[in-house]
Design a protein around this ligand. Structure first.
Ligand code: V47
Ligand code: SF4
Length: 375
């Protein structure tokens, strides 16, 4: 394996508290929130990398997962006004954005006929006129056309709005969409759970308790979901630890999360452009600490359209074991926020080469991490 480290306890330069964390990791004992904070405050890049890689290789060896997917972004018109968002247009300015009809979205699905795609990821703005019945119709049409395609769709933010507008409870709304064909939920909309930071960056959308409850509702119906954390803006280390602690607690109860995806705040063309972006070193530390902290999450994913290809490769030595999918230039969220990837698309061969170039084994998975093919 790439790391081949036998023990963490003798890593150079560890003080007593860091040594105690290293011991816990070796013995598969959960670290506390205080220790999580200590990792952010005191952990050097090399120590965090060694710890995270140790866990990553113990769980997954050299396997690095990817999938074959594409996105549908039904609209970028949004009733909310998150300050970090470079993508959305208010309803009053909707002529500057896009609104896809069900038929137009079905054309996008049909464009992949005959191609070995396993997942469609549907996510977009929160449009006041696209209600739960509109999307249930879309889901049914996709499933009728291609029953084997896994539909991962709608952030808790979109779902919260749809359910409230239809006057349905979360259980009723989720069941309606699940029955129509929704298989799992993506991890977006979580941002940072801390109420004070949320108030400053995305005051008007679903709060932390609501986000968590919507995911718990999906898990209770046997659906899986992902979780994200938007970092590198106004939050401090304690907020990041609190965010991961809330996810870890919920995962203990429901076991429904597949993967955790840290999302780096990108500052192009949004109301928080005055903030700088954190360094690549900080990015690697976040991935590593996520791998160490979230002992009940099986997978940590780096979303390559947001980080760029070279940084995505680097994350594979910092706890990450999944780099998402082929995407096929079907998402605009990150290109509009300033990512290096202006038209994100990679063929399967390119994704495999990217993984192999850093000495890892490329494994194609489906959404639920069943192995499709080893390369
Ligand atoms: O919730 C928006 C983020 C998320 C910016 O579950 C930004 O597999 C950085 O959650 N800088 C939506 N981030 C995307 C998302 C996602 C992506 C890929 C895979 C999965 C999955 C989920 O994008 C939003 C928000 O946190 N975001 N604007 C920005 N300027
Ligand atoms: Fe709307 Fe999502 Fe952008 Fe917030 S992040 S303004 S909810 S599209």
């Amino acid at each position: 394996m790439v790391g081949q480290l036998k023990s963490l306890i003798n890593l150079p330069g560890l003080d007593a508290s860091m040594k105690s964390i290293a011991e816990k990791i070796e013995n598969e004992i959960r670290i506390t929130p205080e220790e999580g904070l200590m990792l952010f405050e005191k952990g050097s890049l090399s120590t965090l990398g060694a710890m995270a890689n140790f866990i990553r290789e113990r769980r997954h060896g050299n396997f690095t997962y990817f999938n074959r997917n594409f996105h549908i972004e039904p609209t970028n018109v949004c009733v909310f006004s998150c300050k970090f968002c470079s993508y959305s247009k208010l309803y009053s300015k909707r002529e500057e954005g896009w609104e896809l009809s069900v038929d137009e979205m079905m054309e996008k699905v049909k464009a992949y006929d005959g191609q070995p795609i396993t997942e469609v990821h549907i996510v977009g703005g929160v449009h006041p006129k696209m209600d739960i019945y509109y999307f249930a119709d879309l889901l049914r049409k996709i499933k009728t056309h291609r029953p084997d395609l896994h539909i991962k769709g709608f952030t808790a933010v979109e779902l919260d709005y749809m359910f409230r507008k239809a006057k349905l409870s979360r259980e009723e709304g989720m069941k309606l969409l699940h029955d129509a064909g929704l298989d799992s939920l993506p991890g977006g909309g979580a941002e940072i759970f801390d109420a004070g930071i949320r108030e400053q960056i995305c005051a008007d959308k679903v709060d932390a308790a609501g986000w968590l409850d919507i995911h718990a509702t999906a898990h209770q119906l046997g659906m899986h979901s992902n979780a994200t954390m938007l970092y590198g803006h106004l939050e401090n280390y304690a907020h990041r630890v609190d965010h991961m602690e809330q996810l870890r607690n919920m995962q203990d109860r429901t076991k429904g999360f597949n993967t955790f995806i840290p999302l780096k705040f990108r500052n192009y063309d949004n109301e928080m452009s005055y903030l700088g972006e954190v360094t690549a070193i900080e990015d690697m530390k976040v991935y590593a600490i996520a791998r160490i902290y979230l002992d009940n999450f099986n997978h940590i994913k780096a979303y390559w359209p947001m980080l760029g290809r070279e940084q995505a490769q680097l994350t594979l030595s910092f706890g990450v074991n999944d780099i998402d999918g082929t995407i096929d230039d079907s998402t605009k969220i990150y290109s509009m926020a300033g990512s290096e990837e202006q038209a994100p698309s990679m063929s399967t061969d390119e994704l495999v080469a990217l993984i192999k170039q850093v000495g890892r084994e490329a494994v194609e998975r489906d959404t639920l991490y069943n192995i499709v093919k080893k390369y």
